[in-house]
Design a protein around this ligand. Structure first.
Ligand SMILES: [Mg+2]
Length: 325
């Protein structure tokens, strides 16, 4: 019997059941050897030890945050990460042409032998794969607790959004190694083009060009939201279509500071708060992450793009949740 691919999984994760992955996996026992994990730390450790013990591919089931935890254990080991995207947004998997919850495509990618080497950037030594944000987006993520989500559902985003919109936003400064700097109230960093679902925020971003794309937005509260939505409807920001409120930079390293408390997120998970006088240091890791990609990327149709819109996704999750009751 050929060696099965180890698959890291949190057996209790709700997404496993909601996404239908659990049922699908029952048919794939000859391909995967399930490795259960209970915490993010354990997932990272197990990913690393599987790679160090000779696994050429280590598969992981989860959303963007979970993939980041697995990647932390795999970077620099030479093992490739196989992705079974069963989260809500699955932005990284979409970027790689695997799509969201397309398990057959994901399996093809794992078995295809096709790899891509992806840049990995870190903020204060913690890596992220797809995106990071400093400012109101991270504040909202911080305030939306699982309990609030359970109690209010999709309305949790609206309630939290309003609360954050009326808060004071500190001025954020991004400083490049050459001393050049830019200021704003929201900074979004993208390793790829996508920011939430299929929506593109960085038209010119590439995963393997060694550069991190940064948007520095100088608006307050709801202005930021409309600016981001505007850029998304143009299929992402370029030097040509940005407004006076947004500056674009492609960076390899930078320092971020603020004149007030500043929350930040990594791949959509709240990561910490900077205080005045503290700084966040962004740098690129010397090693890239190897990931399995399908030989033929899954095509994204205009309808697929609409269905993948964050608001439609939230609605679909709600309907599925109702179904389960
Ligand atoms: Mg890049």
């Amino acid at each position: 019997m050929p060696q099965r691919t180890p698959l890291l999984i949190n057996p209790k994760a709700g997404s496993l059941f909601r996404s239908g992955l659990k049922a699908w996996l029952d048919e794939q026992r000859h391909i995967f050897r399930i490795v259960p994990t209970r915490s993010a730390e354990e997932l990272t450790e197990k990913a690393r030890s599987l790679a160090e013990n000779g696994a050429r591919v280590v598969a992981v089931a989860g959303g963007d945050g979970t993939l980041m935890n697995a990647a932390q254990g795999l970077i620099g080991t030479g093992a490739a990460m196989g992705i079974l995207p069963c989260g809500t947004m699955n932005v990284f998997a979409r970027e790689l042409g695997i799509g969201s919850r397309r398990f057959q495509v994901a399996l093809d990618a794992i078995l295809s032998g096709e790899y891509r080497e992806v840049d990995v950037f870190t903020i204060n030594k913690r890596p992220f794969l797809q995106m990071a944000g400093f400012g109101p987006d991270a504040r909202i993520i911080k305030l939306i607790t699982p309990q609030l989500k359970r109690r209010l559902g999709a309305a949790a985003h609206i309630v939290t959004g309003i609360k954050v919109a009326v808060e004071h936003h500190p001025t954020i400064t991004l400083t490049l190694p050459n001393g050049e700097s830019a200021q704003g109230t929201q900074i979004i960093l993208g390793n790829g083009k996508r920011y939430g679902g299929e929506a593109h925020l960085f038209a010119d971003a590439r995963y393997d060009d060694g550069l991190l794309d940064a948007a520095i937005i100088q608006l307050a509260s709801t202005g930021i939201l409309f600016e981001v939505l505007g850029l998304m409807t143009h299929r992402g920001a370029t030097e040509r279509n940005t407004t006076d409120f947004t500056q674009l930079r492609q960076i390899t390293e930078a320092t971020i500071t603020a004149d007030g408390k500043l929350a930040y997120h990594l791949d959509g998970d709240y990561a910490g708060t900077l205080y005045p006088g503290e700084e966040a240091y962004i740098e690129r890791l010397p090693h890239r992450l190897r990931v399995c990609v399908p030989a033929i990327p899954v095509p994204v149709t205009p309808l697929g793009r609409l269905l993948a819109h964050p608001m439609v996704e939230t609605l679909r999750e709600k309907l599925q949740a109702l179904d389960e009751i």
